[in-house]
Ligand binder design. Sequence first.
Ligand code: AMP
Ligand code: GLY
Length: 421
Amino acid sequence: MNVLVIGGGGREHALCWKISQSPLVERLYCVPGNAGTAMEAKVENVAIAVDDYDGLLQFARERNIELTIVGPEQPLVEGIGDRFRQQGRLILAPSAAAAQLEGSKIFAKELMNRSGVPTAEFVTFRDLASVQAHLRQASYPLVIKADGLAAGKGVAVCHEHPAAEAFVNKLIEQRLFGRSGERLLVEAMLTGREVSVIGLCCGDEFRLMLPARDHKSLREAGEGPNTGGMGAFTPVAELDSAFLDRVAQRVFYPVLHQLKAEGMPFHGVLYAGLMVQEGEPQVLEFNVRFGDPEAQPLLFHFDGDLLPHLLAVARGELSSEPFRWRSGCSLCVVLASDGYPGAYEKGLPLPQAAAESCGKDIKLFHAGTTMQGDRLVTSGGRVLGLTVHAHDIKQARDLAYKQLPALSFPGAQFRQDIGLP
Ligand code: AMP
Ligand code: GLY
């Protein structure tokens, strides 16, 4: 069959790499893809904008695409799933109604309250005066979140009143709050260890992947600004199958059941960002897609053909096969451009090794890369994700950090502590 993958980051390279290995796949198209996706067997990049839904549908018709897989949140929240299904096309994407779980943090929090899912206490605001009054008398620390999609810029943990006020002003400047009905929420700060659990879901049935841990801050030990993720690994040693059972019972089942009961059954990939204290999960956020960079180690660690699982969900059912995983663990270290997550230069040359790194236990997933003539150059904030598999986390770290210097480029930033406790 012919498959279309939408997106152009490291997650989409990992999806293309994994899916292209399926014997079911004849051709795989990636919109817009990156230099790494174009290097995979069977894969061709296609220059269509990811929000050109008419263009994507026309392409799907012309190329006889039997399954479309969507990586990033924007098209999901804007309803690409509904549009494709209205035209009778199989797509791995929830409805726009169910995608509000990621598109509106307030929708997600209210749904969690209605379904009894553990999450931080919160208050919502739609006007500046009332949020300012609240922040003056609130106890700190607290967390402020813009309601809608904000490309990672909509959340701040604030330890004192001036920082909270400054962040609200920044949201107003960025047009994320206060102008035309945008809302925000203020919630209690939770403590513990973060973990991401991703499930394939159909109505209130679901199958969970192994827990993965993302490292979100730019620098080691939680220092520096928040990023999309500087590295990730799976599984997480201290989280056993009893933990996953708790996540299933306390988080996935109630929220999926509630969505179904309210007429918005969820079909697709659901990501729960959790804070865990003494083994008890509380939900920080939901996403309606694979995480990036969590997808890189998860898909590298997945044993066997992923495509039948994704195809089944797009058809509205779960595959009867359980997920199978390689033994040991998989880990991804991200190399980012100088300046990321702020402004950065593009077009910097990448070493030859970036076009070659691949093997059973090492795979370089590209993110912000492109070909300029015959030169491989940077084109984004997160550039490469070196992903390795090994017997244990220590060996995975040793393997990754031994390979990394050969992949570096001018100004490259990466964390030294991916996979450390
Ligand atoms: P979100 O997009 O809601 O996941 O927030 C981004 C990041 O902010 C999370 O990965 C956490 O590191 C942090 N965060 C969000 N909500 C909270 C909270 N209630 N307590 C502590 N940290 C939080
Ligand atoms: N790694 C976090 C995310 O994909 O949202």
